[in-house]
Write a protein that binds this ligand. Structure first.
Ligand code: PEP
Length: 248
């Protein structure tokens, strides 16, 4: 039985004090949640947010990780740094990273390996552009992105990896994929994982949906066969919306 996981991607929002305020609002509201709850603030917020979540059921993730252990990579952050701060999860390959920062399937694979090396749990994002969906390329894009992200990743490591299916056209646009399309895409990703590994690993891996999830649509999205929770952008920035999703 896969435990649902709901992760808030704060993107480039919230100062450290604003982040702590949000955690303090969330703490009592999510303390009895059935799902795994994760928040992913900016790097600069991580120490304060890790401290604010100590002793609670809220876990903390970063929004990126570099593949090198250290060195001349201005603006990047290493697994060792994230681990020392107390981070548990890390988002890898978000479509905004692919689009604005030239992230490729190969760099995503390298970042994923670094996360696993440092004992961090990766949330690996895949998803098609609108033009790819319109040209019926969704499955081939998902197959390529999933296969290349997971290149040379062992079966054991698959226990710690979460996949987030995020159709790019649904992120921050208010347009949500239909429940059927979202579930079909997650099911398809699961079938790709079954062909790369085996059916047992595919059935155990958690696959989130992300793209304009709100309290009003979370219930139908998450009550499906293959969607195991959500990666939430805009609606993770206010306690009431995020809690509405966590308690779908
Ligand atoms: C995201 O950034 O991963 C996301 C899904 O954003 P939003 O919920 O705002 O569409």
């Amino acid at each position: 039985m896969r435990r649902k996981i709901i992760a808030g991607n704060w993107k480039m929002n919230k100062t450290p004090s604003e982040g702590v305020n949000l955690i303090n609002e969330l703490k009592p509201l999510v303390k009895d949640a059935d799902v795994e709850v994760v928040v992913c603030p900016t790097f600069v917020c991580l120490p304060a947010v890790v401290e604010a979540t100590r002793g609670t059921n809220i876990k903390v993730g970063a929004q990126n990780i570099h593949w090198a252990d250290n060195g001349a990579f201005t603006g990047e952050i290493s697994g060792e740094m994230l681990k020392e701060v107390g981070v548990e999860y890390v988002i890898i390959g978000h479509s905004e990273r692919r689009r604005y920062f030239a992230e490729t399937d190969a760099t995503i694979n390298s970042r994923l390996k670094a996360a696993l090396k440092y004992g961090l749990k990766p949330i690996v994002c895949v998803g098609e552009l609108l033009i790819e969906r319109e040209n019926e390329l969704t499955n081939s894009v998902l197959k390529r992105q999933t296969t290349l992200a997971l290149k040379d990743i062992s079966s054991e490591d698959m226990n710690n990896i979460v996949i987030a299916y995020e159709p790019v056209w649904a992120i921050g646009t208010g347009r949500t994929a239909s429940v059927e399309d979202a579930n079909d895409a997650c099911k398809f990703i699961r079938s790709v994982i079954a062909s790369l590994y085996n059916e047992e690993i595919a059935q155990n891996v958690r696959i989130q949906y992300g793209g304009s999830v709100k309290p009003s649509n979370a219930n139908e999205l998450f009550n499906t066969s293959d969607i195991d929770g959500g990666l939430i952008g805009g609606a993770s920035l206010t306690a009431s919306d995020f809690v509405g999703i966590v308690k779908y």
